[in-house]
Every structure is written in C-alpha cells, then in structure tokens.
Design a protein. Structure first.
Length: 395
C-alpha cells in the first residue's frame, strides 16, 4: 500500500560518472520516490561541481545554446571550440579546456613555456559580440602557464618588452613584460560581470603556485618551471604597477596556469567554487523553500566528497534550511563523519548487494529508483511514527 503524504521532496544529484548524467539520475530518483509517495511535490534540480564539463552543465541542465567557433589553440594551431549561451540572461559559459586545454595537444607538443590562452580569450570576445553581460569561465584542464596574457591579448591588452615591442602571449614571454598597455581593450569588457569557476586554492607564485605544482604535469622541465616562476613574479609586479591589481597570493590565482589571476586582473573577475556557482545557477535555494527532504547522489560518496563536491554543497544548503538530506552513492567509502557534519544526515549505497561494476552501471537507473523508494518510505515511516508518539503522549 502506498503512503499518501503531502511530501515536498527536492532531488539534487550529481552525475554518476561513466554511467548516468545528473539529469538522468534525478529522473530515476524521482521515479522511485513517486512509488512511495505518489502525491508528493517532487522538485528535480540536477547539479554539478563546475570547472571541466561546465559547457555540458549549461546545455543539459540550463538549456543553453551551444555556439561553435574556430579559435587559436594552445599551440597556435586552429581548433574548433564552443561556448554556451543563455540569450534571455545574456550569460555565456566558457570552458577554457575546450580552447586551451592539455587534451588538445599530443604529448610531444606539451610545453607550458610555449602555449597560450589566446583561444579562451577569443571565445570570450565572441560572447561579448553577442551582447553578453555575464561571462562564466570554467578553469581546469589547461595546457598553459601564461598567467592569462593570451586571454587578455584577445580582449585588446598588449604586453610590451623594454623596447616597446609586443610580446608573443606565452609563458616564456612573461619575464620580459616591461609594460601592460590597455588602450585597445574591448570597450564592452568593463561593463561585464566575469566569474571564474575554480576548484583549487593555489596562489599564482611560490612553492604551491601555478608553475611549481602544475607546470610539470603540462610538460615543464625543472628549468622551465624556474623560468615560468620568474615570469609569473614579473607579471604580478606589472599588474601591481600598471593595473593596480594584486592577485598574486589570492587562493585560486594559480588555477589554469595563472588564468585565475589573469581573469581577476584583466577582467575584474570573481573566483567562485564550482559547486556553489552551479547551485546558484540552477536555483537550488528557491527549490528548497518548504521542502521536507532532500535527496542527492554521486558515483562515490566518501571523505573526498566534502572537498567541494556537489552533494556536500547540496547538504550544506539543506542544513541551513533545517531540511534532512540523504545521499545515495554508487560506492560508499570512509570518512563520512565529515559529511555528516556538513549536513548529509545519512548515506546509502545504491547496490543491493555484491554486484559487478559493469552490471551496476548498466542498471544504474533501476538501482537509483529502488534506493530512492526505500529512502522515502523510511522517511515517511519515521514521520508517521513521530506523529503516533505525539498522539500517545497527548492522552
């Protein structure tokens, strides 16, 4: 017998990577919840972490248009890239990895002294031409360590050497910047809100900075790392002198080879944690109004989930509203205490018993629905039990 209850349920899962998208996960969870509570008000709010995959989030979750463009790739060869566009909101989503990413280069081409974020800036310029009032730039997966001077060059900034000659916008040129010229900057840029989606906290320079930590992953030798570090320090000094901007030590400034710092200095960007930005975009706060229960999900829920992952952010928002939040994971690992502390009240595996990964991935929608049904039944049973206890206490 179904339990009929005026339940208001928010379903806000992340994608289960390799098996189902956030939207598909939300639909499966909703199907299971309806078995337990057919009359429930179910609000599906698929979520994500941001950064890599930002374009997919914008198109699949927000219904943004995909605009294809040919731009300058990280090694200066043309690449086909894209950005997402929400016309009514006049908002563009740009994923820097699609224009300036490491995956665009063969291993032999990887050299962060010679790569550029020029293509990322070209995508931004294309969005400005459409009349964008907000640019949301996903950082991560970069092939670059140019401090964002390639991006800025595409928007009209010029980087001049001691003889007043323009420099090629690559990492190796940073140490030679003697002056930053902004006379030709796109006149639309100052009126645009720029948000950089960033899930790392590295500063621009130093032992935890862009060159030292990420340079070797992009093909930098020890000598190249030293060259890039000196260049980023020179860029930071020029930013202070020429633009009165000082992002050098800001957490996240080192993201994407210093593009975080470049966006702050050249575009007055705000750095935003990816999950929080996405939750704002999909309207989670509005969906939580009057809710009784929140369900979230992810491929694996463990201690790492507390470090900026979407389910942890969903749980924190639910707690602020005083709403119980339950997580369902393809796998459940150690370290759940931290998640309980954030507001994830309980975590369950979607697997009914020992099961091969391939089978779990094949049956993921069915397993999510079954798990959601049991979670909602347990919640409603508990709520009914509380009513009975109150009723007995009144006699």
């Amino acid at each position: 017998m179904h339990l009929h209850s005026p339940l208001t349920l928010v379903i806000a899962p992340n994608a289960l990577k390799g098996s189902c998208s956030a939207r598909a996960a939300a639909a499966a969870l909703a199907e299971g919840a309806r078995r337990a509570a057919p009359a429930a008000d179910i609000r599906q709010v698929p979520v994500a972490d941001g950064g890599d995959g930002l374009l997919e989030i914008a198109c699949a979750t927000l219904g943004a248009e995909r605009h294809e463009r040919r731009v300058t790739g990280p090694a200066f060869s043309p690449v086909d890239a894209a950005f997402a566009w929400l016309p009514r909101e006049r908002t563009a989503f740009i994923e820097m990895a699609l224009a300036s990413g490491l995956a665009l280069l063969a291993p032999a081409q990887r050299d962060p002294t010679a790569t550029t974020t020029l293509g990322t800036g070209e995508l931004m310029r294309e969005a400005l031409a459409l009349g964008a009032e907000t640019l949301i730039v996903g950082l991560g997966g970069s092939a670059t360590n140019d401090g964002g001077i390639g991006m800025a060059s595409a928007l009209g900034y010029r980087f001049l050497d001691a003889q007043g000659q323009p420099l090629r916008p690559v990492g190796a040129a940073l140490a030679r910047i003697a002056r930053i010229d902004r006379i030709g900057v796109d006149p639309q840029l100052p009126g645009v809100r720029v948000q950089a989606v960033c899930d790392v906290e590295n500063p621009l320079t130093g032992t935890t900075g862009a060159a030292a930590i990420y340079g070797p992953q992009k093909g930098a030798t020890p000598a190249s790392v030293a060259c890039l570090e000196a260049g980023l320090r020179q860029l930071a000094e020029r930013l202070r002198q020429d633009l009165a901007s000082d992002p050098e030590t800001v957490p996240g400034a080192g993201a994407a080879g210093g593009l975080g710092a470049g966006l702050m200095a050249f575009c007055a960007a705000e750095l935003r944690p990816g999950a929080e930005l996405v939750l704002e975009l999909v309207g989670l706060e509005h969906a939580l109004e009057g809710a009784d229960l929140v369900l979230t999900a992810e491929g694996r829920i463990d201690a790492q989930t507390a470090s900026g992952k979407a389910p942890a952010a969903v749980a924190a928002h639910a707690r602020r509203h005083g709403i119980p939040c339950i997580g369902i994971g393809g796998g459940v690992g150690e370290g759940l205490d931290a998640l309980h502390g954030l507001g994830l009240d309980a975590v369950f595996s979607l697997c009914p018993g020992p099961i091969e990964l391939a089978e779990a991935e094949r049956r993921v929608s069915e397993l999510l629905a079954n798990s959601a049904e049991q979670v909602v039944r347990a919640f409603l049973a508990g709520r009914g039990g509380a009513r009975k206890a109150r009723s007995r206490g009144s006699h």
